[in-house]
Design a binder for this molecule. Structure first.
Ligand SMILES: *[C@@H]1O[C@H](CO)[C@@H](O)[C@H](O)[C@H]1NC(C)=O
Ligand SMILES: *[C@@H]1O[C@H](CO)[C@@H](O)[C@H](O)[C@H]1NC(C)=O
Ligand SMILES: *[C@@H]1O[C@H](CO)[C@@H](O)[C@H](O)[C@H]1NC(C)=O
Ligand SMILES: *[C@@H]1O[C@H](CO)[C@@H](O)[C@H](O)[C@H]1NC(C)=O
Ligand SMILES: *[C@@H]1O[C@H](CO)[C@@H](O)[C@H](O)[C@H]1NC(C)=O
Ligand SMILES: *[C@@H]1O[C@H](CO)[C@@H](O)[C@H](O)[C@H]1NC(C)=O
Ligand SMILES: CC(=O)N[C@H]1CO[C@H](CO)[C@@H](O)[C@@H]1O
Length: 477
């Protein structure tokens, strides 16, 4: 993944918050103890561990010379941090080991990544292999683009039948995003199979980090478009992550049946990648970031984290259901469950938990028994911090955050909700992040948050009228 000029300006001036060294490091998300992290790369289960590689600058908590950082885990929640796996060394990757993916080939972990050179103006696909996931042997360039190769990146390789396939993000001659498809017998020599899909005038100028996989009896094309315009409540971030649903077989065209939908609706979700867990689950992971807002943790020498891994399934209406991986249930401790309903009126607030830092909170709001115009939960003070609330007039669930002391101004993101049935929220807070899973997989909102020590009490709030909470549970994670 590469960023625009706007971003370069932002990262050239690293922010220093020396005076406010809050401990924002997550406890059950993957983040680098030191340096910069962005895109998840080469996600794979190999030799008994989940190996997650990622875009990494080991030297500084800003985007810079990209390496592949490396961590491994048995459950995707508690991580062992390992030395970086790949660093620039070849003429073709001297400016950066950009994003890519991993497959298992006869017992070796083989990765394809984008090598950047010529001051980032040239991008080629390179191969490397490892027998242990730690030490890689580089095999050099295997795929080049003729002509202008300044936007040719993020190879996603997979095995199907007796062949290897790869999709790569690129740009058409008239500056629209596209995904190119190639096939190979040996991962080394590749045959071009044409454009798998490309953007119409509303779908952006570049498609990064493509992913292409079967879910149920459909084929999903997941892409990360740059340059889409906001459309009402949709596409509010600088860059998007979303998917098409269609059908495909090797050597056939990809037939798109359902148009582009965002896969997460928060402020910070980009550069996604999926992989298959050994039990067949399709797992989605993303960088929890976007280039529009500062990363205050840079003052502590690190920046960026990955989202909670999510399991994807296809629902009957042809949209993707997104749930937190089931492994999180094994880490729940200190259960506080309240099975009776809570009714609040007269603008009163109800304290769910003080000192929220690393928690899962499940609450069921009852819109039928609530007549307040807005109601939900809040971490922080009124108007500052983060709130997750229903706006009954708009029939939407909003996530609003505001951290002006860290130059993160007030803004919201939202999803439509049905107010004729209870709203079930499964919320994960991990020091500097919030992920809100709505109605058991219907939608997700992911955002970075920066609560101070004084902004860590989680309350239920509402405007005039009343609100009813059917039940709630809170765990430490
Ligand atoms: C696996 O890697 C080792 C050393 O890196 C190499 O000797 C062997 O040929 C590789 N096997 C395959 C199938 O690529
Ligand atoms: C790369 O770009 C920088 C800044 O634009 C410039 O100073 C430098 O000379 C360039 N290097 C090469 C090898 O072109
Ligand atoms: C290559 O294409 C990009 C857009 O994809 C454009 O910005 C750049 O100027 C082109 N480079 C050359 C050398 O034509
Ligand atoms: C472009 O494609 C999207 C998704 O398939 C669709 O919703 C949109 O209407 C299309 N825009 C135009 C201008 O055709
Ligand atoms: C916030 O942004 C303003 C204007 O760009 C800048 O002057 C100020 O130093 C920034 N504050 C922090 C805490 O970075
Ligand atoms: C909301 O409902 C409560 C109890 O059902 C009622 O007392 C109150 O008047 C209602 N408030 C509004 C603003 O409708
Ligand atoms: C700022 C803050 O609350 N940091 C917390 C992050 O989570 C760990 C573990 O729960 C706490 O020890 C920190 O205090």
């Amino acid at each position: 993944m590469r960023k625009s000029l706007v971003v370069l300006i932002m990262i050239l001036e690293p922010l220093c918050y020396g005076a406010n060294t809050y401990d924002w490091f997550p406890t059950f998300h993957l983040a680098p103890p030191k340096g910069w992290m962005s895109d998840p790369n080469g996600l794979q289960y190999f030799n008994g561990y989940y190996h997650f590689y990622f875009q990494h600058n080991p030297n500084s908590p800003v985007w810079g010379s990209m390496h592949w950082g490396h961590s491994k885990s048995t459950n995707m929640l508690k991580w062992e941090h390992l030395p970086f796996a790949l660093e620039p060394s070849l003429p073709e990757d001297i400016d950066g080991i950009f994003s890519g993916s991993a497959v298992i080939n006869d017992g070796n972990l083989t990765v394809m990544y984008t090598g950047a050179s010529g001051n980032l103006t040239h991008q080629t696909q390179c191969l490397a292999r490892s027998s242990d996931g730690l030490i890689f042997e580089k095999l050099g360039v295997v795929l080049k683009q003729d002509g202008n190769d300044s936007n040719f990146r993020d190879p996603r390789v997979w095995r199907q039948g007796n062949s290897w396939f790869v999709v790569i993000g690129s740009i058409t001659e008239n500056n629209r995003g596209e995904v190119l498809l190639y096939q190979s017998d040996d991962l080394i020599s590749w045959e071009y199979h044409g454009v798998l899909a490309d953007a119409n005038e509303t779908l952006g100028y570049m498609w990064e980090c493509p992913d292409f996989f079967a879910l149920g009896d459909k084929q999903i094309l997941l892409i990360n478009p740059q340059g889409m315009e906001q459309n009402g409540y949709d596409f509010q971030n600088l860059h998007q992550t979303g998917y098409f649903v269609g059908t495909w077989q090797p050597r056939e065209e990809y037939i798109i049946e359902k148009g582009f939908r965002e896969i997460d609706h928060g402020h910070d979700f980009y550069a996604s990648q999926t992989f298959l867990a050994p039990d067949g689950r399709r797992i989605l992971v993303s960088w929890m970031g976007m280039w529009e807002s500062p990363f205050p943790e840079q003052g502590d020498g690190w920046a960026g984290m990955l989202t909670l891994p999510r399991e994807l399934t296809l629902s009957e209406d042809g949209t993707i259901k997104i749930k937190p991986i089931k492994e999180v249930k094994d880490y729940r401790t200190e259960d506080v469950s309240y099975e009776n309903s809570v009714n609040l009126n007269d603008n009163s607030i109800y304290v769910l938990k003080e000192q929220v830092s690393s928690n899962e909170i499940i609450i069921e709001l009852d819109p039928v028994k609530s007549n307040a115009s807005t109601y939900g939960v809040r971490l922080g003070d009124e108007g500052q911090g983060v709130s997750v609330y229903v706006d009954a007039t708009k029939e939407r669930l909003f996530l609003e955050r505001s951290y002006p002391q860290f130059n993160i101004s007030r803004s919201d993101r939202s999803v439509a909700v049905d107010l004729s049935i209870p709203i079930y929220l499964d919320i994960f807070i991990d020091n500097s992040s919030i992920e809100v899973f709505v109605n058991d997989g219907q939608s997700v909102l992911t955002s970075r948050i920066y609560p101070t020590e004084l902004q860590r009490t989680l309350v239920v709030f509402h405007s005039e009228g009343c609100v009813t909470l059917n039940k709630y549970s809170i765990w430490n994670i």
